[in-house]
Write a protein that binds this ligand. Structure first.
Ligand code: PLP
Length: 378
């Protein structure tokens, strides 16, 4: 039996997604650009999925561009907007706690001659609106802030920051990496004042390799990939009809955002209490963070050692961010967590299928780890 507590890394595809992928592979295998009936069927499948993802995002379907995932969506947003709007305004503002994909896009802008300001949380571990807003000036073309941090679950003040920036500088383009908030927190791109917003399929029970960029009407982007008119010319290349169809179906089956949120809040508080009762465990995630993510450190045990110990018992968690393959991203320290605590940090992340019994099994295994690994050392 396995206990999967790593849904922030990736989720198990849902039945509706698998069914939609299967059907697209079997029957809608035409090229959406082909003019014959099979092509038209594939085009209609993509259009139906676009409506489903758009409904989940509360945006018009024509505002969505399908991509290969969040990494590509954020690169298209950040590099595409900088190329379109940054001819004379060469300053961009982001945070120090972004996912590696966003960090890399800004590193690229820097190489191209942009000045990139990376705003850090203060010593209290909180990213303050005024720090972010005051980093913006007349020369700024673009800002980017993630909605939910993938390592701690901290919810960043996107709505307040972007609203203030838009009031003072309406011409600045705002981008939000909403991957860990999509279909988990109630938001819309409009309520966040986000011109551009990144989401990923595999974090919402769809398959890996598909995502979307939501762009407000009228926002110009220079495409990263050219050589075809797909996705309105913004993303050349034959659409992955099966993955897109699966993404749409997964979004349509996850419509109960508020009810799930309430259940996850209860599960997370129970998990925090149960984990805190295990000796040596310190919960690190902020209390007002996303209920889907809980990070904690275990005194005297390194993350990787624990991760493997737990995996041998069929319990799957992450050490920090799964995307970094165990490599320290430095983000935990940015949130005020000490280096030694960061070295012994585990992240558990939930989906609707998890229960308190999963957490109880985790706590038992952590006690066993302490018994066998810490006490043996001592
Ligand atoms: N942004 C955040 C916040 C993430 O957590 C992840 C994946 O872990 C990504 C971006 C990258 O997503 P994808 O795998 O779809 O490229």
């Amino acid at each position: 039996m396995s206990i999967y507590l790593d849904s922030a890394a990736t989720t198990k595809p849902c039945a509706a997604c698998i069914q939609a992928i299967h059907s697209a592979l079997e029957t809608q295998y035409g090229n959406p650009s082909s003019l014959h009936t099979l092509g038209l069927e594939a085009e209609l499948t993509v259009a139906a999925a676009r409506k489903q993802v758009a409904a989940a995002l509360h945006c018009p379907p024509e505002n969505l561009t399908f991509t290969s995932g969040a990494t590509e969506s954020s690169h298209l947003a950040i590099r595409g907007a900088a190329a379109a709007y940054g001819k004379r305004k060469k300053r961009a503002v982001t945070t120090t706690v972004e996912h590696a994909s966003v960090r890399a896009a800004f590193d690229r802008l820097e190489e191209e001659g942009f000045t990139v300001i990376r705003v850090a949380p203060r010593a209290d571990g909180v990213l303050h609106v005024e720090d972010f807003v005051s980093a913006v000036d007349d020369d700024t073309c673009l800002v980017s802030m993630m909605l939910v941090n993938n390592e701690t679950g901290a919810v960043l003040p996107v709505a307040e920051s972007f609203a203030q920036i838009k009031r003072a500088y309406p011409q600045i383009i705002t981008h939000c990496d909403a991957v860990q908030g999509f279909l988990k927190l109630s938001f819309t791109p409009e309520k966040l004042s986000a011109d551009l917003l990144t989401v990923s399929g595999h974090k919402v029970h769809a398959a890996k390799g598909v995502g979307a960029l939501c762009h407000k009407k009228g926002i110009r982007l220079v495409p990263l990939l050219t050589g075809g008119e797909q996705e309105g010319g913004l993303r050349a290349g034959t659409e992955s009809v099966p993955l897109i169809a699966g993404f749409g179906a997964a979004c349509a089956s996850l419509s109960d955002v508020s009810a799930r949120y309430a259940r996850m809040c209860a599960l997370r508080s129970e998990a925090a209490a149960m984990l805190s009762a295990v000796g040596g465990v310190t919960v690190q995630s902020p209390e007002n963070g996303s209920p889907y993510i809980l990070s904690f450190s275990v005194k005297g045990l390194r993350s990787e050692t624990m991760l493997h110990f737990l995996a041998e018992r069929g319990i799957y968690v992450s050490s920090g961010s799964a995307c970094s393959k165990g490599k320290q991203s430095g983000v935990l320290e940015q949130f005020g967590i000490s280096r030694s605590a960061a070295d012994s940090t585990l992240r558990v992340s939930f989906c609707a299928e998890n229960t308190a019994a999963d957490i109880a099994a985790l706590c038992d295994a952590l006690r066993e780890a302490q018994e066998k690994l810490v006490h043996k050392k001592g």
